[in-house]
Design a protein around this ligand. Structure first.
Ligand code: ATP
Ligand code: MG
Length: 321
């Protein structure tokens, strides 16, 4: 099954002894079958919180408001059993640390058999054949031998491939990869990007890629959402974001991208200032304290998400359609 995904007015807060952390605030996103969506923003801006909410894997101290629908069904209205069914198999998350996806004491082969628990029509031998084929598809040549390995015996890049294979074995309509290349060196990173590019050719579901690395997003995605301090501040087609960014934060993020500098710099430019305290988010625009274009209303009135073109939106008082 493939379907469209829509999150609307989605907010998540984490309850902590120091108060509630407002990690996600009033986020609207949508994605359609065949699309690759990028989520980009600085560390701590809520990217993992957003995708973990979509996959229904938020920790126990998280409180969620707003709605998430998949294939026209409001997921909050499903009973717990159908939620688990949909979000375990139909919506698959490859998490930021692939090691956490695996049980250290079971072989890769045994774990990948378990990932196919929904395929009651297949016997163990058929499941193992499916695994071997899937490992081949993610670029693991000696699949039979690798199935005998334990997770710690694989390199980081190989673990990430296996995690992607594991997610694909559930036949998901929505595949989410949270920072799929962050833990890897440059060569491995290029290989995983190549793999994701290959996958998108014959996959007709939705792929969501989370990264703070602009190059990864530019290479893989059709549409991009830029997040800042728990909000989506700009969204649009990849060309619009990279060549006609309108929000001052997106512009600043692009200006700091190391790929723009052909010579090696001793110090990369950074955006002055730091993320606001998410236990007390500012009442106006979240970016105003760091924005060189801020004017009177910015510090008191939160800007709405304005539509600039068909798919291009930005949340900024200084940007007009
Ligand atoms: P990174 O790029 O570093 O992965 P991110 O954009 O994925 O960052 P999140 O992990 O979603 O950001 O975190 C958003 C905010 O929520 C941060 O301030 C973080 O400290 C906080 N946070 C995340 N998980 C929890 C939790 N379980 N309890 C309390 N606060 C949390
Ligand atoms: Mg994260």
């Amino acid at each position: 099954m493939t379907g469209s995904l829509a999150a609307s007015d989605l907010s998540v807060r984490y309850e902590t002894p120091h108060g509630a952390v407002h990690a996600l605030r009033h986020v609207d996103i949508e994605a359609h079958p065949g699309e690759v969506i990028g989520i980009v923003g600085e560390s701590g801006c809520g990217k993992s919180t957003l995708v973990t909410a979509l996959a229904n894997l938020l920790p126990a101290n998280a409180r969620i408001d707003g709605s998430i629908s998949y294939n026209g069904v409001d997921l909050a209205k499903l009973d717990a059993y159908h939620q688990r069914l949909l979000r375990g198999d139909e919506i698959a998350l490859v998490s930021q640390d692939p090691m956490t996806a695996f049980n250290p004491v079971l072989t890769i082969g045994d774990q990948l058999v378990d990932f196919q628990h929904h395929r009651k029509d297949l016997g163990r031998a058929q499941k193992r054949a499916r695994i071997a084929a899937m490992l081949g598809r993610v670029g693991i040549a000696d699949a039979e031998r690798r199935m005998q390995s334990y997770p710690h015996e694989l390199s980081g890049g190989m673990r990430q491939r296996v995690a992607i294979a594991a997610a694909l074995l559930t036949d998901p309509g929505l595949l989410i990869a949270d920072e799929p290349t962050t833990a890897l060196d440059v060569t491995m990173e290029a290989q995983i990007i190549h793999l994701l590019r290959e996958l998108r050719r014959d996959y007709n579901g939705i792929i969501i890629v989370v990264s703070h690395h602009l190059g990864v997003i530019a290479e893989l995605c059709d549409r991009v959402y830029v997040m800042y301090a728990g909000e989506v501040v700009e969204g649009g087609e990849v060309d619009a974001i990279f060549h006609d960014a309108r929000h001052p934060y997106t512009q600043a993020l692009l200006a700091c991208d190391p790929a723009r500098f052909h010579e090696r710099l001793d110090r990369l430019p950074t955006i002055p200032g730091s993320l606001p305290n998410l236990t007390q988010p500012p009442s106006g625009c979240v970016y105003a304290p760091r924005c060189d274009r801020a004017f009177a209303p910015c510090t008191t009135v939160a800007p709405p998400l304005a539509k600039l073109a068909a798919a291009h939106v930005a949340r900024c008082h200084a940007v007009t359609p």
